[in-house]
Design a protein around this ligand. Structure first.
Ligand SMILES: NC(=O)c1ccc[n+]([C@@H]2O[C@H](COP(=O)([O-])OP(=O)(O)OC[C@H]3O[C@@H](n4cnc5c(N)ncnc54)[C@H](OP(=O)(O)O)[C@@H]3O)[C@@H](O)[C@H]2O)c1
Length: 372
């Protein structure tokens, strides 16, 4: 692959990189804000991806229509495998050296191992990172947090894909005192539980979810509640307690594999639905983060079908604020990633960590969420 590969003539790039005028019919020249953000030095920021799978491929496709960035490479494990995204032959590489030339790294590989190491190495150079990797953020936050305090870690896509939640919790909702947060954060569990309502067993519903492409071949992270726990840990630190620990959340996580058809039927007969809900709420004078199957009434902001995610934040004086939308999928997640890249381009900081834990209220709203 050619790490400097581009579909545009060099002179055109240079002119546009200087914020020069556009020729008729050309896209508008970007304002030269990149230099003020400390990256790019007045030219288009060079972007390299770690990961060229479901999300990475969709990010490449979306960036093909974004001439303000120069995509210089896509790091994968197996560079010989054929990829369906644009310019794959030029971009795909297994050489980590491609990251050394990047102004911005986008980590869409996943896991808490090598991909997270590469992301942290890039941050250590004082450069911005865009990541969709909630597992790394949840489990290795102490390594990311010094960079996050400088606003160089952008992670909107890590929770609820392109549906806004990270930015709003770290942004406008900070004007309110948080009272509680409840969220449906795992589409696979939602699909399985909804299928069980149609009369399936847990095993048949899981098989169906796998056949439809919702569940991974190894669904442990999803059905065990760990994926939702990773996401809840990320959100909880943004709005409630900056020191919320991963092990603490994990110890209060129960997935859906123990949900029986009898329980699903019993709740249906009561006009209620079983769903996997992740919550941060006051408990005995402290913030408690939990993930577990609960019972929701037939009309409720968290009740969704399919892979749709939903979040309900209660604050004082904001009142209840609900957000819902696609929580997974290449396109939806790439949308969040590209939004973060545009923020980097404009010199907008990533979500800043809370300075201190929010005061735990003595009363909070009854959201009609019943424990099972
Ligand atoms: N899929 C979604 O809907 C979604 C939604 C929100 C967030 N996310 C997050 O986005 C990330 C990517 O998810 P995905 O669904 O796109 O995964 P995926 O389809 O399995 O793709 C992972 C990609 O990363 C590459 N990779 C893995 N480890 C690597 C390493 N150590 N060095 C270089 N490349 C490596 C793989 O290379 P090979 O192709 O050569 O194996 C593959 O191209 C994860 O953190 C996930 O949690 C996903």
């Amino acid at each position: 692959m050619n790490s400097r590969a581009t579909s545009e003539p060099e002179a055109y790039q240079t002119e546009r990189g200087r914020g020069g005028p556009s020729a008729p019919g050309e896209p508008p020249a970007p304002v030269d804000v990149v230099a003020s953000a400390g990256i790019g030095h007045g030219r288009r920021p060079r972007v390299a991806l770690v990961g060229g799978g479901t999300v990475g491929g969709a990010v490449v496709s979306l960036l093909a229509g974004r001439p303000e960035f120069e995509l210089i490479g896509v790091l994968v494990r197996d560079a010989a495998r054929r990829r369906a995204f644009p310019r794959a032959d030029e971009l795909v590489t297994a050489d980590v050296g491609v990251l050394a030339d990047a102004d911005v790294v986008v980590e869409v590989a996943g896991g808490t191992g090598q991909a997270a190491d590469l992301a942290l190495r890039h941050l250590a150079r004082g450069l911005p990172l865009v990541t969709a990797n909630k597992a790394a953020l949840a489990e290795r936050w102490h390594e990311f947090v010094p960079h996050a305090r400088e606003g160089r870690v952008h992670f909107e896509a890590a929770v609820m894909a392109g549906t806004p939640c990270v930015g709003v919790l770290a942004g406008c909702l900070r004007g309110s005192r948080p009272l509680a947060l409840h969220a449906v954060l795992n589409g696979t569990c939602n699909v399985i539980l909804a299928a069980m309502e149609e009369g399936g067993t847990y095993d048949s519903a899981l098989e169906e979810a796998q056949r439809l492409g919702y569940a991974e071949a190894d669904p442990t992270l999803d059905v065990g509640g760990l994926d939702a726990a990773h996401k809840l840990t990320v959100l909880g630190r943004l709005a409630f307690d900056p020191d919320l620990g991963w092990q603490e959340v994990r110890s209060k996580t129960r997935g859906i594999s123990g949900v029986t058809p009898e329980v699903v039927e019993r709740e249906l007969a009561r006009g209620r639905h079983v769903r996997l809900v992740a919550s941060v709420a006051p408990e005995a004078g402290r913030w408690l983060a939990t993930v577990r199957p609960v019972s929701l009434p037939h009309v409720h902001p968290l009740l969704t079908t399919g892979a749709t995610n939903a979040l309900l934040f209660s604050g004082d004086p904001s009142g209840p604020v609900a957000v819902r939308g696609p929580g997974a999928g290449g396109g939806a997640t790439a949308s969040g990633v590209v939004a973060d890249l545009l923020a980097v381009l404009e010199g907008v900081k990533g979500p800043l960590p809370l300075r201190a834990a929010a005061t735990v209220p003595t009363t909070f709203p009854d959201e009609d969420i019943e424990e099972l």
